[in-house]
Design a protein. Sequence first.
Length: 276
Amino acid sequence: MKHFIGAASRVVFDRLSAVIDSRWNEDPFGKSPRASKAEYLRLFEQTRQVAFPEVDKLEAQTGFAISREWVDDLALHTQITIKKSPLAYPHGRVLYSLLRRYLAQNPSSFVTIVETGTARGFSALCMAKALEDAGVAGHILTLDVLPHHKRFFWNCIDDQEGKKTRAEILQPWQSLLDKIVFLQGDTLFQLPRLGVDRIHFAFVDAQHTKKDVMKEYQCVSRLQAKGDMIVFDDVTPGTFDGVVAAVAEIEKAGDYSIRRLTASNTRAYAWGSKRA
């Protein structure tokens, strides 16, 4: 009877998850391109000129910096969008720098990295680049409600060529995609079902409420060992107060040593290393 109930629960769970995910399969960013190629290029040139001195300092401290030419090229296709808030992508540099330092300080034959909030794949590829440059074997499990193999307009420069899948947008970085597993689904449904024994490094960037961030943190934390890291995006007071409150609560609990970095008025990050 117990096994029957368990199987029935899984069927209900899977059906509920499929219903929730299905609404993201049909033109989530609109039924046509949002801007011309010239406009996306203009925004790109404007965005790439912005300096982030605090990120420069972090790279100097860790001794690891991602290729600016490489990250700019990736950002053109995955980070330059039409939106009301200022465009910026220093989190790619932050993730690369922190992950490279972690890999240098914690030698391992294989590492598991988890990301919540894939979007167009920018962050996952920056972390895959860190794995490649460090010569370390591992994989990145990245979760998002957006499907990986469904064609639609993504609100990016690639839309000028028609509807594409995320896989098609990221085709130029195919060698790195072998390190990434793209999973569709609400993170709060899917995180507990990943089936991994340990999460060495995590990037939390899905829903930005305190409740959601805390739930994602708890899923990750229980699978981390001493020295393992978790990075939080958008720890920005006045903009994402839920994330700010969650990080403050995590810091107060004392299980992680927390550091923060303010890149600009609209871009702030925090990360923690597990104490024990």
